[in-house]
Ligand binder design. Structure first.
Ligand SMILES: [Mg+2]
Length: 179
């Protein structure tokens, strides 16, 4: 079955440049995201978030801090009629070269192990960076780039299947196509 893998920062919530979301007050949803996830919930069998959170590895936040941010998100998603089946995060530093850290595909393989009905080549990865696109490509997924980085879309066009300004743009595209 088809799963939707969503990056978090810059896709679901506003990215903090050179910083980390360490508490719920820093977690600001991008417009249309809750509506988008409610639409995705009708179209995808599973919805996952896959997020690198090296702020934990750096000691800037704890697992409990992250959990507080995510429980707030899950509550809002559910209230809006959406669903997120599981959130995977990698706490390791970039310098740890963890297989669980994007662009390596450990989080995708873990999702497939925990939800064995997920077929990666029928699934979609949505992200806002080249690392996300590489993660999706390496895992055999369709890749969707969101955000306003048109330079990235051009320079990494071999990694990007579809491009939208934001998550709700992609959700409305699927709805319009009846997909
Ligand atoms: Mg991101």
């Amino acid at each position: 079955m088809a799963a939707l893998f969503l990056d978090r920062d810059g896709v679901i919530n506003r990215r903090i440049v050179d910083g980390y979301v360490t508490r719920p007050a820093d977690f600001v949803l991008i417009d249309g995201v809750l509506e988008a996830i409610a639409l995705f919930a009708k179209r995808f069998d599973r919805i996952f978030i896959v997020t690198n959170q090296q702020g934990i590895g750096k000691g800037l936040m704890t697992e409990a801090d992250l959990e507080a941010v995510h429980s707030g998100l899950l509550r809002q998603v559910a209230e809006a009629g959406g669903r997120i089946d599981r959130i995977y995060h990698c706490p390791n530093l970039k310098s740890d070269h963890s297989f669980m850290r994007k662009p390596s595909i450990g989080m995708a393989l873990r999702a497939r192990r925990e939800f064995p009905d997920v077929v990666l080549h029928q699934s979609v990865m949505v992200g806002d960076t080249a690392s996300d696109m590489l993660f999706g490509r390496r895992a055999g997924m369709q890749t969707v780039l969101v955000g306003d980085d048109t330079g990235l879309a051009r320079s990494k066009s071999h990694l990007v299947d579809l491009c939208f300004p934001d998550l709700i743009g992609y959700a409305r595209y699927l709805e319009a196509k009846g997909l």
